[in-house]
Design a protein around this ligand. Structure first.
Ligand SMILES: N=CN[C@@H](CCC(=O)O)C(=O)O
Length: 411
């Protein structure tokens, strides 16, 4: 495979080998990247680059690793704009659910859609996400709720995953999201089936790499989620959990106990929960677009930072609480509403997000940073500095978005 090169005024590598106190993103001024249609082969200052590779010069622009969106419900169909109007008129999450909105509304839309419709809608959505700089995207099921619905969503995700001109997709079986009407009288059976037959079926068909459960007041209990987490671990799947979006019911402690990769949301968590997460090395996936939509207080960022918990920033793309496809919007809100620094936010939407998905670390070709041997996923921004990425532009500012060394988007 032939090597090509790009140069720019700033190359933000996010490579831990280059990060120092004074250079928190491992940025190379006036740098060059050499890559092929798979991975990076060399990164460094222009003055040290060899002369025998063609180099495209992007001048005064900034290049970063491709963005990694580590929490999305992107395989949805339909729209819930009516529920946003209800929310703005004062209805709560529970009022909306009681009126047939919320997760159940998206469940009905998924049940009425064909696998092809879900596939096409997801592919089109991922294409738009790519134009915003996303090169890897976690996608959850969780609107199917019934076995056939979950199967349909996961199969649609698997088909989209094969497409090389879209972001790399990491599929998650969101096993416990809401109780469908059919299961109201048989909750225990519903949970047990998700944790046993369904999980085994989806794992052996390689339809998921992770399992997820919504552990919260009015959702699922710690004991119910534990059943799913333990089966997932036996099957070699990773665990991510929705925790503390509305109330602290002990989800953080469960995540630590089962060695989850991430706890997501985390607006409500105790000091004990934070200490357990830190000890177990669990990442916190922060979802500022959801708490912005719901008008909630931010998660305890100061306490998470002090405990040394890796903070990931994700879009939570879903039609209800985070009606957006934009990870850059979530990044802007992480800075404006949560008080993350721009550097924390950029790391949280690249290498730390990749690590929470098992894509950084001791894997053959990691994603999430610009470093020799890593997958050639990067973005040439039509911006002069990485700090401009976290301003609320509301419009894409990418010049080129490459996954595995191939262009998958531009604005
Ligand atoms: N909290 C649960 N799940 C989603 C909301 C899904 C929905 O409202 O459709 C979330 O991550 O915010």
């Amino acid at each position: 495979m032939s090597l090509v090169g790009v140069a720019a005024k700033r190359i933000v590598t996010c490579d831990p080998a280059r990060i120092t106190k004074d250079n928190p993103l491992g940025t190379i001024e006036d740098g060059v990247i050499l890559y092929d249609q798979h991975s990076f082969s060399w990164v460094g200052p222009r003055a040290s680059a060899g002369a025998n590779v063609p180099i495209i010069d992007h001048g005064d622009r900034v290049i970063t690793p491709g963005l990694v969106d580590a929490h999305t419900h992107a395989a949805w169909v339909g729209s819930r704009h009516d529920e946003y109007v209800m929310r703005m008129a004062g209805a709560s999450y529970l009022d909306i659910a009681a009126a047939g909105g919320g997760i159940v509304a998206s469940h009905n839309a998924v049940m009425n859609a064909s696998e092809e419709e879900i596939e096409q809608t997801l592919a089109a959505r991922l294409k738009r996400m790519a134009s915003l700089g996303v090169t890897t995207c976690e996608v959850k099921s969780g609107y199917g709720l019934e076995p056939e619905g979950e199967r349909k969503q996961l199969r649609a995700i698997a088909r989209v995953r094969e497409e090389r001109d879209l972001p790399h997709v990491v599929p998650t079986f969101l096993a416990l999201h809401a109780l469908p009407k059919s299961a109201k009288a048989s909750r225990d059976h519903y949970v047990l089936r998700a944790a046993t037959t369904l999980l085994q079926e989806f794992a052996s068909a390689k339809l998921c790499e992770f399992v997820d459960a919504y552990v919260d007041k009015n959702a699922f209990t710690v004991d119910e989620a534990r059943l799913v987490c333990e089966s997932a671990k036996k099957l070699g799947l990773g665990v991510r959990l929705h925790v503390g979006q509305f109330a602290d019911v002990g989800g953080a402690e469960l995540a630590a106990e089962v060695g989850a990769r991430s706890v997501d949301h985390l607006e409500n968590v105790s000091d004990k929960g934070i200490a357990a997460l830190a000890k177990a090395g669990v990442s916190a996936v922060l979802l500022p677009t959801a708490s912005f939509t719901l008008g909630q207080e931010p998660p305890p960022v100061e306490r998470l930072r002090a405990a040394g918990i890796p903070m990931v920033v994700a879009s939570d793309a879903n039609p209800g609480t985070a009606p957006t496809e934009s990870l850059p919007l979530a990044m802007a809100l992480a800075v404006r509403l949560y008080g993350l620094t721009p550097a924390e936010t950029i790391l949280g939407a690249t290498r730390l997000a990749a690590a929470s998905l098992g894509l950084w670390g001791s894997v053959p070709h990691p994603r999430g940073a610009i470093a020799p041997g890593a997958r050639a996923d990067f973005v040439v921004w039509d911006l002069p500095h990485e700090n401009a990425i976290v301003q609320p532009w509301g419009s894409p500012k990418t010049l080129l978005v490459l996954r595995d060394g191939v262009c998958i988007g531009r604005s």
